[in-house]
Ligand binder design. Structure first.
Ligand SMILES: Cc1cc2nc3c(=O)[nH]c(=O)nc-3n(C[C@H](O)[C@H](O)[C@H](O)COP(=O)(O)OP(=O)(O)OC[C@H]3O[C@@H](n4cnc5c(N)ncnc54)[C@H](O)[C@@H]3O)c2cc1C
Length: 375
């Protein structure tokens, strides 16, 4: 259970302190790291420029099993067993070997935060000198530092990652009120030359958006057009840059997790389960070093190697991301139809889930005290 010390306006007092672990960023990656440290007794401080769950950072679609394994079903909004893909020449319906769900962002963040034990402060991170983190409320000194701040990689050495030259995609969506029963995507050059559009129903709203793999291509107009084509108003915008290449997961004694380490999958831009997955991995390494089982150097090294060991699927997905826009639309339609066989879908989506499989949640069970208290 986090101790909240959110300060607004005049209450925003200077923040000048020390801690054992400083986790910068309180979204998927940062909260997953914190979860793994709940029983260490370490002084864990989590900071974010917004309150926990205040600013939604995605369409919030995830393989359902990740919600189940992390005991986050309370945030679930809708579940889909099929993926509908539209192109100008065909529409295919893929029956998935596992289901995908949309969830409520503030609820999921609350539930995940409740699994950790940390102090939370709102502060904007500006940079660092060694393991001293500079924020708009003062400096924080930490023995261990985690950057879970998203694509900007604020705590990286050198200049921040800057669009449009970095390996980034661009995503924007609108959240009109409405309902639907299908998870749909559009691979259609009239919306975006390289990328895709989506419609994810989530309870009483539908998340409709467009992602462009080419960061120079603006997505506001196509997002609004897709919403209009779906007879919904373009309201409540939410957008961001999305990394589509792995980056070093450690640098100068800092753990980078989630988008800051480029952990979002190319091609699909699915970055939530990978942020959770690598967050758990980083948290377990930190747990080992806090308990004295590993030196800080070994923990950093193991986490870096763990992240790098996923390079092959990330590279393959980037290759496909670059290939799909080059395939002639009629050929693409034929290929998508040919891929409808149950056997192929089980194989393809099975491999896709393996990249960050939900079984990883239980791969390293929580500490003994917790296991013993479960009936
Ligand atoms: C439009 C869109 C739709 C998407 N839809 C999906 C989807 O349906 N499914 C999916 O799996 N992925 C989706 N993604 C990708 C997914 O959102 C990201 O990969 C995921 O959010 C990464 O999680 P994270 O915790 O690493 O970073 P983030 O979720 O970006 O969190 C970073 C946190 O750091 C904080 N922060 C940033 N800078 C600072 C600073 N300087 N100081 C203090 N705090 C700071 C932010 O407030 C935020 O809380 C989508 C992306 C976009 C843009």
């Amino acid at each position: 259970m986090p101790i909240r010390a959110t300060k607004r306006g005049a209450e925003r007092t200077p923040l000048d302190r020390d801690c054992d672990v400083l986790i910068c960023g309180a979204s998927f990656a940062g909260l997953a790291v914190a979860r793994e440290l709940s029983e260490t007794g370490a002084e864990v401080l989590v900071i974010d420029r917004y309150a926990i769950g205040e600013r939604q950072t995605s369409a919030c679609g995830i393989p359902t099993a990740w919600l189940e394994r992390l005991d986050l079903q309370g945030a679930l909004q809708q579940t889909f067993s099929e993926l509908v893909i539209h192109t100008p020449h065909t529409t295919v319906k893929y029956r998935l070997p596992w289901t995908f769900s949309t969830f409520d962002y503030p609820t999921l963040c609350e539930l995940l935060a409740d699994q950790g034990r940390f102090t939370f402060e709102t502060a904007k991170v500006d940079g660092r000198t060694g393991r001293t983190i500079h924020t708009d409320r003062g400096d924080i000194r930490a023995t261990h530092v985690v950057d879970a701040l998203g694509w900007r990689r604020v705590l990286g050495a050198g200049e921040n990652i800057q669009p449009p030259d970095a390996l980034l995609s661009r995503g924007l969506e609108v959240h009109p009120h409405g309902s639907g029963s299908e998870m749909e995507i559009w691979i259609d050059r009239s919306y975006v030359p390289a990328g895709y559009g989506w419609s994810f129903p989530a309870g009483e709203e539908v998340r409709i958006g467009v992602g462009s793999f080419d960061p120079r291509f603006h997505v506001r107009e196509p997002t609004e057009r897709l919403a209009t084509d779906l007879h919904t108003p373009a309201v409540r915008y939410q957008g961001n840059w999305i990394p589509h290449a792995l980056r070093r997961a450690t640098e100068d004694e800092v753990f980078f997790v989630g988008d800051s380490a480029g952990h979002c999958l190319p091609l699909t831009a699915e970055g939530i389960r990978t942020a959770l997955y690598f967050g758990l991995a980083a948290g377990r390494e930190l747990r080992d070093t806090l308990s004295g089982r590993k030196s800080p150097e070994d923990a950093l090294h193991s986490y870096d190697a763990f992240s790098a060991a996923h390079a092959t699927p990330f590279k393959w997905m980037l290759r496909v991301q670059r290939l799909v826009p080059r395939v002639a639309p009629r050929l693409l339609a034929g290929s998508l139809r040919a891929m409808q066989s149950r056997r192929f879908l089980d194989w393809a989506f099975g491999h896709y889930l393996e990249i960050a499989h939900p079984r990883f949640v239980a791969a390293d069970p929580r500490p003994a005290e917790i296991r013993l208290s479960v009936p």
